[in-house]
Structures are given as C-alpha cells and as structure tokens.
Design a protein around this ligand. Sequence first.
Ligand SMILES: Cc1cc2nc3c(=O)[nH]c(=O)nc-3n(C[C@H](O)[C@H](O)[C@H](O)COP(=O)(O)OP(=O)(O)OC[C@H]3O[C@@H](n4cnc5c(N)ncnc54)[C@H](O)[C@@H]3O)c2cc1C
Ligand code: FES
Length: 284
Amino acid sequence: MYRILERQDLTPNIHLFKIDAPRVAAKARAGQFVILRQGENGERIPLTLADWNKDEGSVTVVFMEVGLTTKKLALLQAGDALTDFAGPLGLPTHIENYGTVVCVAGGFAVATIMPIARALKEAGNRVITIMGARSQSLLFWEKEVGRYSDELIVITDDGSNGRKGLVTEPLRDILAKEGNGVTRVIAIGPTVMMKFSSKTSEPFKVKTIVSLNPIMVDGTGMCGCCRVSVGGVTRFACVDGPDFDGHEVDWDELMARQRTYLEQEASSLAQWQCQRGACAQEAR
Ligand SMILES: Cc1cc2nc3c(=O)[nH]c(=O)nc-3n(C[C@H](O)[C@H](O)[C@H](O)COP(=O)(O)OP(=O)(O)OC[C@H]3O[C@@H](n4cnc5c(N)ncnc54)[C@H](O)[C@@H]3O)c2cc1C
Ligand code: FES
C-alpha cells in the first residue's frame, strides 16, 4: 500500500498528493510518470512526477479531476493509501545546456513542467516560462515555477491574472523577438495546447518537445493502447516517450484516439454519481 503523506488542493479541481514510495523516489527523473490504481477494481491511470524527495522516500503527483478515477482519487485524504503505484515509467526528458529554452505549461501541467524547468536551470540554461490557465482561480505554483525561470509570463484566457489570451501568443512574440536565440521549446498541457504551440514554433524552426498523453493501460509497451504516429512511424508513448518532437506528431490521429471511450467514460461517471445520490434527474 502506498500511503498519502500529504494532500493539498491547489485549485478547486487540481489536487496534490505526496505519496510514500521510496523505490520510485530513488529512481525518479524529470519528465517521467507513474501509473497508479485505487481499489482492487480500480482503473490504472498515468500521472507525471511533479516532484520527489529521495531522502524522505516520497513522490508528489498533481492531478486534475476530469472523470471517474480522478474524481474518486480526489476523495482521498492524507493517511489513506493507494493500491498500486508503479514507476518511474517512460523516458526522462532530455536535459542539456541548450542556451535559451522556452517552457510552455497549460493547466495542471504547471506541475509537470516544474521539475523540467528546475533541471534545465541546473544545467545552465536561460529558462523563460509561459504558464497559462483559463482564469486566476486555476493558476498555481507561480512562485515555485518562478524560482527556476529567468522570466515568467502568466497568461489567462479571461485576463484575470497576467496577460489576457492564450499561451501561443507570448510564445510567438518571444520567438519573433529572439529569433535563433531560442534553441528549444518544451510545451506540456492539454493536447490542443501542445498542438498549437508546435504549430506556432514550426515556422521559426525551433525544436519543440511535447509530452504526449494518450490513453495508457500497461505502461510497458505491451498493450499498444498508447500508440501515436510521430514522423510517420508508430511509437508507444509509454516506452518511446512521453516526450516527442511536436513538429512530427500526427495531432489529429492522437486527438481522435483520445476520444475513443468518451461515451463509456461519461456513462461510468454518471453511474458512479448516481450511486452516490447525485444522479441527474433525467438519468433516474
Ligand atoms: C503520461 C501521462 C501523464 C499524465 N500526467 C498527468 C498529470 O500529471 N496530471 C493529470 O491531471 N493528468 C495527467 N494525465 C492524464 C490523466 O491520466 C487522465 O486525466 C486520467 O487518466 C483520466 O482518468 P479519469 O477516469 O478521471 O477520466 P476519464 O473518464 O478516463 O476521462 C474523462 C475525460 O478526460 C479525458 N482524458 C482521459 N484521459 C486523458 C488523457 N490521457 N489526456 C487527456 N485527456 C484525457 C477524456 O477524453 C474525457 O474527456 C497524464 C496522462 C498521461 C498519458
Ligand atoms: S500503455 Fe500499453 S503500450 Fe503503452
């Protein structure tokens, strides 16, 4: 059993768990993920490592409530335990001294970009971070990410904090202003955000790394569920990624595959909510 040592609510629907998992903490590297399961009949879901502490033997994950499993997870408190916690999985993000790197993070991925920005800074890079959310109430870790960023740009869809607009706008401005001065972009967030960040950097010919989030099951390259086309070749995000060259990803195929189980996901969430007495009138 993997005990939850600490729980924090970063926004109304984004939560942090610090989990007792010394063997995962011992091997953790920026960009890797874990697959966890809650309950004997629970679904296995991947979550990226937001932080880890080898001395304490703890691993931190940050997750957004979107469907049945993440909503069930959000009911757990410090002292509760997860049934399974496998990792670290996936290849770590490749870190070296590139020069100037622009990190782009959307929504919960601010937590994902944190250890990457930290590793980039430690490797001597100049790090510019753009963090975006729909509104101020969904923003978190500005100070934490700022600590590892030479420049931090906050942007919200509704202008309630920082600049008003989408993350692609400051990204385009920086690339236009700095020309070849920017040597790499790392964009992590909702698939549509990663797609358009890649489309934005493509004309500037700046290598852009994205962390893909296809549906995963085993996380070991055996089930084939997480397959994605990158540069016309089939790759498995769990073992060949999750990081890939954003200019080579077949985004439309990825988004279509992510929608495969929408109906089943909605129906299992509705059934569970019904069992908890929060049934929609028409579902009764
Ligand atoms: C390598 C990897 C790392 C991830 N890291 C994080 C993380 O650190 N924090 C976090 O909050 N989430 C992360 N995710 C996404 C997370 O795994 C899903 O949100 C979770 O599996 C949804 O489960 P659910 O049962 O709550 O929702 P479901 O009922 O499965 O889905 C509900 C809704 O969310 C969408 N959805 C489901 N899975 C994904 C997905 N993989 N990516 C995007 N949308 C999805 C569905 O299309 C649907 O609209 C990661 C995914 C991958 C592949
Ligand atoms: S999740 Fe099964 S092959 Fe990647």
